[in-house]
Write a protein that binds this ligand. Structure first.
Ligand SMILES: C[S@@+](CC[C@H](N)C(=O)[O-])C[C@H]1O[C@@H](n2cnc3c(N)ncnc32)[C@H](O)[C@@H]1O
Ligand code: SF4
Length: 454
């Protein structure tokens, strides 16, 4: 029987998280506002779309944070950003040229609730005036539990928010000191009570392993505390330490970080507590959901999807990204807005779409995207059947699949010559399996610096 240490030694490379394919490092400035405008004007009719709104501001800066955000306390830049978002909503709607139905709205960041409450509600009104929100549409928002004031809570109710995602990371005091994020269990619990009190009963929690000073014992305690909050879903991320991209992360000394084997053991502990003690079911690489929750059902029904927010039940074929750095996913390809707020604002203020880069999908990209999404979400794929769906020759995929032999010998996949099934032992390495079908990764002479796989 192969040991965890041997598995880690073999598979702990740096591989993408596959929230898109091609992945974001392969977006180029060749795709700009003009291309995006033509894609928007030619969206397929008849299917509802999803909206993602990015708010790149926070009340505090956590040292581990890998998101596109900065600390802003002044009200003026927040109001100015909200006005730009409003202008972008009407610009995008005008470019589409007809009224689209919307099934999902996701507010991410950053911490979107730091916008003035009247800006949040008025932006939601703007969305409703330009798009038709379907009955039962999901309106989700990311929340920092330490900064949910009564005014912000009231705004969430007025907006019609029905799902909230709460950042927790870890409840241990020593870990919180090291990552610059103080957040008591009581504050977090009070936040869940407040949200449930206004009818927001669908709750997600985010936890992170691989942080300084975390141990298996400390993560067991944190996971049990998280269980007591009875969230429908828990996301468990491995800490991505990328100080070459996020300077503030260099304040977390590398020597204080657990190594690959310790990270692997920590992830296992969290998983054991959530599954065995909490009855959660594992979803994909890093999510857990209560049985009966829509995400658990979607995983069972093999109808789970992967987007820039990670795993989602959102099956809409079009995601429109709004705000600085927001990524959109359209049938024609991916687009990303300018990341810096001034560049984003400058474009929108001139009534130009703020697209700074993207990628148009080739036929091969579409096929490989479907294969990779299926591996990441369903932990299985039939290569010949997928090629058939796209009217493509399966030979190149089957050639890539030769590299599965090692995974099969290690008990991480079963492989019958056309169908791959990732085993439970293989779940932590599902990105490595997906990476076998990433043709961009193969062409690269120099690896872009992704975070570690395990
Ligand atoms: C936008 S934040 C969530 C909402 C809110 N800003 C908060 O922190 O409570 C998104 C989530 O990304 C995760 N995250 C941020 N930086 C990360 C990193 N470097 N590695 C792994 N996960 C990270 C955290 O779990 C965090 O809760
Ligand atoms: S983790 Fe959340 S609150 Fe902390 S800096 Fe990142 S986005 Fe802001």
């Amino acid at each position: 029987m192969i040991t965890d240490a041997e598995l880690i030694a073999r598979y702990d490379g740096r591989v993408p998280r596959y929230t898109s394919y091609p992945t974001a490092p392969h977006f180029t400035p060749a795709i700009g506002g003009e291309t995006y405008a033509s894609w928007l004007a030619n969206l397929p009719a008849g299917e509802p779309v999803s909206l993602y709104l990015h708010v790149p501001f926070c009340d505090r800066l956590c040292l581990y944070c890998g998101c596109n955000t900065s600390v802003v306390h002044l009200e003026r830049p927040k109001r100015s950003y909200a006005a730009t978002l409003a202008r972008e909503i009407s610009l995008v709607a005008a470019t589409i040229g007809r009224r689209l139905e919307v099934s999902h709205v996701h507010w991410g960041g950053g911490t979107p609730t730091v916008l003035p409450p009247d800006c949040l509600t008025s932006l939601m009104d703007d969305i409703r005036s330009h798009f038709t929100l379907l009955p039962g549409a999901e309106i989700a928002i990311e929340i920092d539990p330490t900064s949910l004031t009564p005014e912000r809570l009231a705004a969430l109710a007025r907006m019609g928010v029905n799902r909230a995602s709460l950042g927790v990371q870890d409840f241990d005091q020593q870990v919180q000191d090291a990552i610059g994020r103080q957040q008591s269990f009581e504050e977090t619990q009070a936040c869940t009570h407040a949200l449930r009190g206004i009818g927001i009963t669908s709750l997600n929690l985010d936890l992170i392993y691989g942080l300084p000073h975390q141990t298996e014992a400390s993560l067991e305690r944190t996971s049990r505390l998280a269980l007591s909050l009875r969230a429908d879903r828990v996301a468990v991320f491995g800490y991505a330490h990328v100080p070459w991209m996020k300077k503030h992360q260099s304040l977390i000394p590398e020597a204080s970080l657990p190594g690959a084997q310790a990270r692997f053991a920590q992830a296992k502990v969290v998983r054991r507590v959530l599954e065995r003690e909490g009855g959660y079911v594992p979803v994909g690489l890093d999510h857990f959901a209560r049985p009966g929750d829509a995400m658990a059902d979607a995983a069972l029904a093999k109808n789970l999807h992967r987007s820039f927010q990670g795993y989602t039940t959102d099956a809409a074929p079009v995601l429109i990204g709004l705000g600085a750095s927001a990524i959109g996913s359209l049938p024609q390809g991916y687009v990303q807005n300018a990341s810096a707020v001034p560049a984003y604002t400058a474009a929108i203020t001139k009534d130009h779409l703020a697209t700074s880069r993207g990628v148009a999908l080739s036929a091969d990209d579409r096929l490989r995207r479907a294969v990779i999404e299926s591996i990441m979400c369903e932990l299985e794929v039939d290569l010949a059947a997928q090629a058939g769906v796209f009217g493509a020759d399966p030979a190149p995929l089957l050639a890539d699949a030769q590299a599965l032999a090692g995974f099969q010998a290690d008990g991480l996949v079963t492989w019958d010559g056309t169908r791959i099934e990732v085993t439970e032992a293989g779940r932590p390495f599902v990105r490595n399996v997906a990476a076998l079908f990433d043709s961009y990764l193969k062409q690269q002479t120099e690896m872009p610096r992704h975070a570690v796989a395990v």
